[in-house]
Write a protein that binds this ligand. Sequence first.
Ligand code: ZN
Length: 347
Amino acid sequence: MTLLLPTSTAGSLPKPSWLSEPEKLWSPWKLEGEELAVAKRDALRLTLDDQVRAGISIVSDGEQTRQHFVTTLIEHLAGVDMEKRQTVRIRDRYDASVPTVVGAVSRDKPVFVEDVKYLRSLTDAPVKWALPGPLTMVDTLYDAHYKSREKLAMEFAVILNEEARELEAAGVNIIQFDEPAFNVFFDEVNDWGIAALERAIEGLNCETAAHICYGYGIKANTDWKKTLGSEWREYEETFPNLQKSNLDLISLECHNSHVPLELIELLRGKKVMVGAIDVANHAVESPKEVAGTLRQALQYVDADKLYPCTNCGMAPLPRVVAKGKLESLGAGAEIIRKELAVQKSAA
Ligand code: ZN
């Protein structure tokens, strides 16, 4: 990539209100059948347009065709009963009604390939595609079959690898695995969570990323953050092993979080997606604030490895807020690009 500081979103963007009820997770679709299929594509086209107009360098589908970043993949897999729900505590933090694993899991056909082909047909920009990571998938299900989180995660890793290879063939440039559970279950991450991710990226030629965050800006998460103290050092538990992994990019939350930025140094050699947009707040950051966060991050990561990003998905935010945040991300990165160009010509 020739452009310095390529910007992207962590994943989801809000859906239009005619597609599903806004400002809600797991919001049901408002349409059905062919009408829904057409509406999802229209939403994808709009979300791409918002990103392009905001100057976002690496575009995504904004998860417009997915009800939820984990369950939409899971509902396409054999071995999972979507009707048989269990309420379980997820992320060790809040109760959610989740589907049940009732037999051996497998993927009979591609899940997102048609969406990728459509997005690819609309743009020449680099495309980043998010998939849930194995540990986070396991943590968003009730397992009545394998009765082992590790075993199930490894099965999911094989399935994710099949999907990822087809997404790559359809034109995706970066495949990102979302692992919010990596900030909670440190022993599992280090025992088998990172190994499962490495299984998921086996044989891929495109770039690969892990997005690790403190979750959507929902109340259960903001309440949890209040218990984490004045310095959030969770990344310290997992970054050393992620640094040794084959993943190319690692994301972390920065703006408005209590993450000490020197933790970025634990990722030396990796490309770092620096969260410069808060998703737990409706106040739109100014481009100057975004630039300030990026300037701080540059103390710990080389400019050619800095990828400005949002802290997490923006699905639960009002659309107008998310749009403003996108624009500030694009404009904030541009401020730093200009500063770097001046420094370079002065040197
Ligand atoms: Zn996230």
